[in-house]
Ligand binder design. Structure first.
Ligand SMILES: CC(C)(COP(=O)(O)OP(=O)(O)OC[C@H]1O[C@@H](n2cnc3c(N)ncnc32)[C@H](O)[C@@H]1OP(=O)(O)O)[C@@H](O)C(=O)NCCC(=O)NCCS
Length: 331
């Protein structure tokens, strides 16, 4: 598949226009007017080259069956554009290969993040971006074009360990990745409310509840990306009794088993303290399985053990494990 990718040429214009038109016409109300609204399609390789970026296409039997462009923006991020895959090639890995090529090109060009706009009707594309660790970032762009387009903003950090707070839109769009992280942590033995084997549907149900808590302001949720992959999370439950408004519970510190010991959890813990203080919470409380990977992390991050409760949680092997209660007062 990768070998079928090649740099785009201006001469690909007829094939690109055919591809884009077929993709747009899958959705109700989308109208293609190349001369009026998409004149760059006539010389797309030059368009991206002039912007400091590049265009990749995939050709099969003389037809253009895939495209993606990328170009630098002013803020250190690069934009992903013109991501289209022929209906017959979907599910083949071609989309993944195109995205990987564009991201690698952007990283080589010094990109710190990737951003993109996607029409609100392109729900299949949204799942694709979400499975690839992109999250929605709030604003919706309103166009006055023939298609009456509304576009979601998606973005993700690309390089190193980066922690971001997820707002309601981001939390909702992070559900596919966070479900994978939770399932894989549980299946690897983490004692975090669930037992293995964890069904994806159960994981998605959990994160849907969290996303609505974020929307209602009762939860603060963070995501951690390592080299462009959403691999970690932690949250605060702010929903406290009337006399404990200065307090929050720290929950679900999770880092994907394949990306451990890269520092993601430590950065998540630092950032969540900043967010707690900003929300007026000066006392944090958590419980964690005794002798888990997390216990030394909490101790080294200045948390105090309040005590242990034996036989607290059921383990996959049928035994009951102790839990340790920790607290930390913030300055
Ligand atoms: C706990 C967890 C979040 C740590 O994630 P991580 O990204 O690997 O952590 P970091 O790389 O940031 O490591 C931070 C510190 O945690 C401690 N730590 C992490 N994994 C450890 C392990 N296997 N053994 C001992 N200490 C460990 C170390 O002190 C480490 O610092 P160091 O690398 O400088 O020695 C991860 O192991 C996990 O998801 N575990 C399962 C879920 C869980 O138990 N969550 C806690 C629920 S309350």
């Amino acid at each position: 598949l990768i070998s079928r990718l090649r740099p785009g040429r201006d001469g690909d214009a007829p094939g690109l226009i055919t591809l884009l038109t077929a993709c747009w016409l899958e959705y109700p109300g989308c109208v293609v007017d190349v001369d009026g609204e998409l004149p760059e399609l006539h010389a797309l390789a030059t368009y991206f080259a002039d912007a400091g970026g590049t265009l990749f296409v995939s050709e099969l039997d003389g037809r253009i069956v895939g495209s993606v462009g990328t170009r630098p923006l002013a803020d250190g991020a690069w934009e992903l554009c013109k991501m289209y895959v022929d209906a017959g090639q979907r599910g083949s890995g071609l989309a993944q290969a195109l995205l990987a090529a564009a991201e690698a090109h952007a990283v080589a060009g010094g990109a710190t993040a990737m951003k993109l706009w996607s029409d609100t009707r392109f729900t299949r594309a949204h799942r694709f971006y979400e499975n690839n660790s992109y999250v929605r970032s709030g604003p919706i762009k309103v166009w006055t074009d023939l298609s009456n387009s509304l576009e979601f903003a998606y973005a993700k950090p690309l390089a190193g360990v980066v922690v971001q707070r997820l707002d309601a839109a981001a939390a909702e769009s992070a559900i596919p990745r966070l479900s994978v992280v939770l399932r894989d942590c549980v299946d690897a033995g983490a004692s975090v409310s669930f037992l293995p084997p964890m069904a994806m549907e159960r994981a998605r149900g959990f994160w849907k509840g969290v996303a609505s808590g974020v929307a209602m302001g009762t939860r603060i949720l963070l995501g951690a990306w390592v080299d462009g992959v959403l691999v970690g999370t932690v949250m605060l439950n702010l929903d406290m009794p009337q006399n404990q408004g200065h307090r929050a519970d720290l929950q679900k510190l999770l880092v994907h088993p394949a990306i451990r010991r890269r520092g993601a959890a430590r950065v998540l813990m630092q950032r969540i303290e900043t967010e707690a203080l900003a929300a007026g919470r000066t006392l944090l409380v958590l419980d964690t399985e005794a002798d888990s990977n997390a216990e030394p992390l909490y101790r080294s991050a200045g948390w105090t053990e309040a005590g242990r409760i034996p036989r607290f949680a059921l383990m996959p092997d049928g035994s009951l494990s102790a839990t340790i209660l920790f607290w930390k007062e913030l300055a």
